[in-house]
Write a protein of this length. Structure first.
Length: 384
């Protein structure tokens, strides 16, 4: 091969390589453009698209949202009280963690309170008066002025109302704790069929009365403390108050080991099992609860269509599970922030790169839609 033919061959090879590189670049650009438009093209479109302003995919959820219940502290699960589909009321116990150590600390704190109270009461007990002896006028005139101990007795007398109010508050706190324990027991027994609804209501009423009494006693203590002339707590009073605070902290630690329903609703999912370790950092919640008495759809509206939707606008919901049926709805909320989409469009399995705005649509007659069901929301033009 001559030098001239070699140079021509190299030139043609370079031209071919350049052409291939340009073709690959164009193909990649076209593929990327197709991916970006794919989510919009893949959105569900109605055959009668002239009826709709826009369409968005969504999922059905309770009107309360799905409440994921986690353990507030780390502990071993001792008892799972509820199961899926159980109806629960706000404050009802759902899961109990092992509490033997916490109850031992509470018993020690209560014993310390009793010891400090005894010391306080002994110090403030009145000293028996000596037999009266009639003294001569000169002796009475020479009697010394009241000593410091007598002034202390006078201060103790003034502090008596405050101490009685503090004791009343402590008794009211204990009564509330006992009423809450009785209500929890009634709820567990009713769920097991060992107690009636009337017993549960009686326990709930008893707790309400105890809480009212607690509020009254605390208000009375604040009034006495603010009254002029009420002395500040002395050393033994302070020891009692510290012991009571430690007992209250121990009781609060026990309360955190009972995981309660944050709202009234239905148990949708239970992931807890006795013997497992529960922690606030667990990826999976112990339970999921929601108020399914009313349902809504959380739809993801393409940000380019946000101007098409307004609060109060009517919408129609369709689900693949119920072909041919339409469910009426109304827009109740439009999020003020644009976020990446989390609900994949129809026929797609991966999260798209289209930014969306969340729109909540209340469903008028949700039956037979189920929580978590994937649906499509068709937003009607104004006036329809």
């Amino acid at each position: 091969m001559t030098p001239s033919s070699m140079s021509a061959w190299k030139g043609r090879s370079a031209a071919c390589v350049g052409a291939v590189a340009v073709a690959l670049a164009l193909a990649m650009l076209a593929a990327r453009t197709g991916e970006q438009e794919g989510a919009r093209a893949a959105r569900p479109e109605a055959s009668d698209d002239k009826r709709w302003q826009t369409v968005a995919p969504g999922r059905v959820e309770p009107a309360s949202g799905t409440i994921k219940v986690a353990a507030p502290v780390m502990g071993v699960i001792a008892q799972v009280i509820v199961k899926v589909n159980d109806k629960v009321f706000a404050g009802e116990p759902l899961v109990r963690l092992v509490d033997a150590e916490a109850r031992a600390r509470l018993a020690a704190a209560e014993a310390q309170v009793a010891f400090r109270l005894q010391a306080r009461n002994e110090e403030s007990a009145p000293v028996p008066a000596a037999p009266a002896v009639r003294a001569a006028p000169a002796a009475r005139a020479a009697r010394p002025a009241p000593q410091r101990g007598e002034a202390v007795v006078a201060d103790v007398d003034k502090a008596a109302p405050r101490r009685r109010a503090e004791d009343a508050v402590a008794d009211a706190d204990k009564a509330v704790m006992e009423a809450q324990t009785a209500l929890d027991l009634a709820a567990v027994e009713r769920r097991a069929g060992a107690a009636s609804d009337a017993a549960l209501e009686a326990a709930r009423a008893a707790l309400a009365r105890a809480q009212d009494r607690q509020r009254q006693q605390k208000a009375e203590l604040r009034r006495i403390e603010a009254a002029p002339g009420t002395p500040l707590p002395n050393f033994v009073d302070g020891q009692v108050n510290v012991a009571r605070a430690e007992a209250a902290a121990a009781a609060a630690a026990i309360e955190r080991l009972t995981i309660r329903a944050p709202i009234s609703g239905t148990v949708l999912q239970v992931n807890a099992k006795p013997g497992e370790l529960a922690a606030p950092t667990n990826a999976q919640p112990l339970l999921i609860i929601g108020d399914i008495s009313a349902l809504r759809v959380r739809a993801e509206l393409d940000e380019r269509d946000v101007g098409e939707v307004k609060l109060g606008q009517s919408a129609v919901i369709r689900a693949d599970a119920f072909r041919g049926r339409e469910f009426a709805g109304k827009v109740s909320f439009i999020a003020p922030i644009v976020e990446p989409g989390r609900i994949s469009a129809r026929g797609q399995r991966n999260v798209t790169d289209v930014d969306v705005i969340e729109v909540l649509v209340d469903v008028a007659q949700p039956d037979p839609l189920a929580v978590g069901m994937k649906v499509d929301v068709y937003f009607q033009p104004d006036g329809r």
